[in-house]
Design a protein around this ligand. Structure first.
Ligand code: GUN
Length: 290
């Protein structure tokens, strides 16, 4: 069987180009450009890379980006004050608090996310936006990685209606929201997590497998039905190489389509963040066409 490689990188470039043109149109009309504030607490190396990529893409597009790199020992109140200040700022359309937070603040992550205005919640993590997503109301802001996966599936004409989809990983960032989005599109969804007794039982029956665990090469060929579609959201390091959750090489010739790591879902996450920032701006400014 021929395996199609689902590249997200090229799609992300197209999305970024489209937004760039829109920002140019705004500037030509003498209007304010969208602004994104990104808060990074501590020194997590992976988070630093992700945050830099977000700032770099803002710059490329022509968005204003505001960077808040705070020390590891920043306390809860200082962060909450900063978020409240950003909620009030006219020139800030989106607020992103990079996760995970340092150990001491981790249990307060959701309290901080709740303090971000739902209108500036570019991550779509606020309960207001999670609620709209769960109901299937498109007026909310959707989380970037799941939104990117749905974009990718739609672009490559991979239908989900009536399909058996297994999601491996039940995080609030990816696993849960992608499961809800798929249910809203009438897929039959199974969700596996660390307490699932037999993960292969669920992956082997699926038409589409989406893995978002961060465990390198967790998903092997014998866990996947021939001709299935595999979406790999994981990104980790194995023997000095960037790899995903899926043993990619072994899937070639076995599955009908698969996303590579890197160059698959990752770049779409950043592109969707840019889309969400523009969406928040458009709503705040009451602009109907750019
Ligand atoms: N950490 C890993 N992915 C994400 C994301 O999409 N948003 C935020 N805020 N933190 C993350």
């Amino acid at each position: 069987m021929e395996t199609k490689i689902l590249y997200g990188r090229d799609l992300a470039k197209e999305i970024v180009e489209k937004i760039k043109t829109k920002v140019k149109n705004l500037k030509d009309k003498g209007l304010r450009v969208p602004g994104l504030a990104v808060i990074l607490v501590g020194n997590d190396p992976a988070s630093k890379i992700y945050v830099n990529k977000k700032h770099q893409t803002c710059k490329e597009i022509g968005f204003n980006s505001f960077s808040y790199n705070l020390p590891e020992d920043t306390n809860f109140l200082r962060l909450k004050e900063l978020i409240e200040e950003l909620n009030e700022r006219e020139d800030v359309d989106g607020i992103l608090l990079q996760l995970p937070l340092p150990e001491k603040l981790r249990e307060k992550s959701y309290e901080l996310i709740y303090s971000i205005s739902p209108l500036k919640d570019v991550d779509g993590f606020h309960p207001y936006n999670v609620g709209l997503l769960t109901i299937g109301d498109d007026r909310g802001i959707k989380p970037c990685t799941p939104k990117g996966i749905m974009y990718l599936l739609n672009h490559y004409d991979i239908k989900v209606e009536g399909k058996d989809v297994t999601v491996v990983g039940a995080s609030n960032i990816v696993g849960k929201p992608i499961s809800i989005m798929l249910i809203n599109k009438m897929a039959t969804v199974s969700v596996c997590h660390i307490k699932t007794r037999c993960v292969p039982e669920f992956t082997a029956k699926a038409d589409i497998v989406i893995s978002a665990t961060g465990v390198p090469h967790l998903i092997k060929k014998d866990m996947i039905k021939e001709g299935a579609v595999v979406i790999d959201v994981g990104i980790s390091r194995l023997n000095g190489k960037i790899v995903g959750d899926v043993d990619f090489e072994s899937m070639l010739g076995h599955v009908s389509a698969i996303t590579p790591v890197p160059g698959g879902v990752g770049p779409l996450t950043v592109a969707m963040l840019m889309e969400n920032t523009l969406e928040c701006y458009v709503r705040r400014e009451n602009i109907y066409s750019i």
